[in-house]
Design a protein around this ligand. Structure first.
Ligand SMILES: Cc1cc2nc3c(=O)[nH]c(=O)nc-3n(C[C@H](O)[C@H](O)[C@H](O)COP(=O)(O)OP(=O)(O)OC[C@H]3O[C@@H](n4cnc5c(N)ncnc54)[C@H](O)[C@@H]3O)c2cc1C
Length: 415
């Protein structure tokens, strides 16, 4: 008995899988899209605080290393150049979805992330895509064909809705973050089944934690947010971000920390300038010349008062009127606020991470098509690949662009 046959089966109906399915279907391919979760595109639904930061106008496709992390950020250049933020914006406009720019080129849906999901589903509908959801994949086999070089074989997929087969298999099962809404290691396990190398996976865009008594004085600052400059690494490997930092009960979060977390190496320190726009030495010595306020109160005119109080309480020399504080003590205060060095003990892990660093090694994938060079007809797109974007819409743009490159390639492959 012959199995139901599709030109392409896509596993994972998240950002990359939905987009790829719609694009391939609209190129006249017979497409089946499978996802094990009850609800479609859960990550899009919770993204961008429910408004989905769907792309970023500042993305430079010719220089992907500026906004993407991985063993070889240049890998994404071809796909990003062939499907740009302007292309996705045009699609959003075609569907009449209102959107706005928030910060540093980040574009969000005005109403809700549901608008983006509805758009992707409409695109699938327009492409006549068959969707099976919830549906679990039990087993995948590749049957090599000796009949023709142009058709090297097919994939037989055993699912809980029965067996199916396809000429091409696209893995769009994403990364490991937020397991409670359906993230699994499916893509990595499948890569291993076909002896495809993986780059070590780690949580990215994730809050950092600080265990032990050393953190106790800062735990009282939980909830405080302020603009900082944060950096990690030295010389050539140094990365720095000017963004907001948020104190939490267990450590640090906020955009500054999420961004730096993708570059931070375990056991190494971070350096944080807590008042990057203030000339602290000058401001404190002017304060000393004209004021009799406590150091903490004078400092509170320069940084948030909760931070000023917590910081000044750390040394007896800072717990006096500023005009009585020694120049040395004030210089030390300025220096420590401008360069707070601290070593995180860990991260909040996949339950809080927005993305997974690492994944399918890009050296085995074609950067034009996303097809695996060692396994014909097998494609990896989206976050499962070792390509991780910065916070701010870059990860979705990678999902759209890699999906688009794959769909183009599927349509160009002879049946
Ligand atoms: C809280 C949060 C907020 C975010 N906000 C943004 C943002 O605003 N902008 C941005 O650019 N990025 C954001 N991201 C990152 C972005 O969501 C991901 O990078 C993007 O969704 C990756 O797309 P993907 O299609 O590769 O994977 P996903 O969207 O994660 O989709 C993977 C799909 O595969 C399915 N799947 C997994 N395992 C199996 C299996 N075994 N069998 C069948 N199906 C399976 C899952 O159910 C899921 O539907 C955010 C992430 C999080 C967690």
């Amino acid at each position: 008995m012959s199995l139901p046959f599709f030109d392409a089966i896509i596993i994972g109906a998240g950002a990359a899988g939905l987009f790829c399915a719609g694009q391939a279907g609209q190129r006249d391919l017979k497409v089946l899209l499978i996802d094990h979760a009850d609800k479609v595109a859960e990550k899009i639904r919770i993204s961008g605080g429910g408004r989905c930061n769907f792309t970023n106008r500042d993305l430079d496709p010719a220089a992907p290393h500026k906004h993407f992390v991985g063993q070889n950020p240049q890998f994404c250049r071809s796909a990003l150049s062939r499907y740009t933020p302007a292309d996705f914006i045009a699609l959003v406009q075609k569907h009449g979805i209102p959107f706005h720019e928030k910060h540093k080129g980040q574009l969000f849906a005005d109403r809700s992330a549901e608008d983006i999901i509805a758009m992707l589903l409409a695109e699938c509908e327009a492409g006549g895509v068959t969707r099976w959801q919830p549906c679990s994949v039990k087993k995948i086999d590749f049957l090599a064909s000796s009949a023709s070089e142009s058709c090297p074989g097919s994939y037989q997929i055993d699912t809980d809705r029965g067996p199916v087969s396809a000429g091409a298999l696209v893995i769009a099962t994403g990364g490991l973050s937020i397991p409670k809404i359906g993230a699994t290691d499916f893509g990595y396990r499948l890569a291993q089944q076909f002896s495809i190398p993986l780059i070590e996976r780690k949580p990215g865009l994730v809050p950092l934690t600080f265990d032990g008594a050393g953190w106790a004085p800062y735990a009282q600052l939980a909830g405080l947010a302020l603009p900082v400059q944060i950096s990690t690494g030295a010389k050539k490997t140094r990365m720095a971000f000017d963004e907001d930092l948020l104190f939490t009960h267990r450590g640090l979060s906020g955009p500054a920390v999420l961004q730096i977390s993708s570059y931070w190496q375990e056991g190494t320190p971070l350096a944080i300038n807590l008042a990057p726009t203030v000339d602290l030495p000058a401001a404190l010595s002017q304060g000393k010349a004209r004021s009799r306020k406590l150091v903490a109160n004078e400092l509170a005119t320069l940084v948030p008062s909760r931070l000023a109080d917590a910081w000044a309480s750390r040394e007896a020399d800072w717990q006096r009127p500023i005009n009585e504080a020694s120049d040395k003590a004030l210089a030390r205060l300025a220096e420590q606020l401008a360069r707070w060095e601290l070593t995180p003990t860990g991260t909040e892990g996949y339950k809080k991470a927005e993305v997974t660093l690492g994944g399918v090694d890009t050296r085995v994938l074609s950067q034009q098509t996303m097809e695996c060079k060692t396994q014909p007809g097998l494609y990896f797109i989206g976050e499962v690949v070792d390509v991780t974007g910065w916070l701010g819409g870059y990860n979705f743009q990678w999902a759209w662009a890699s999906a688009h490159a794959c769909a183009q390639a599927l349509a160009a492959t002879p049946p």
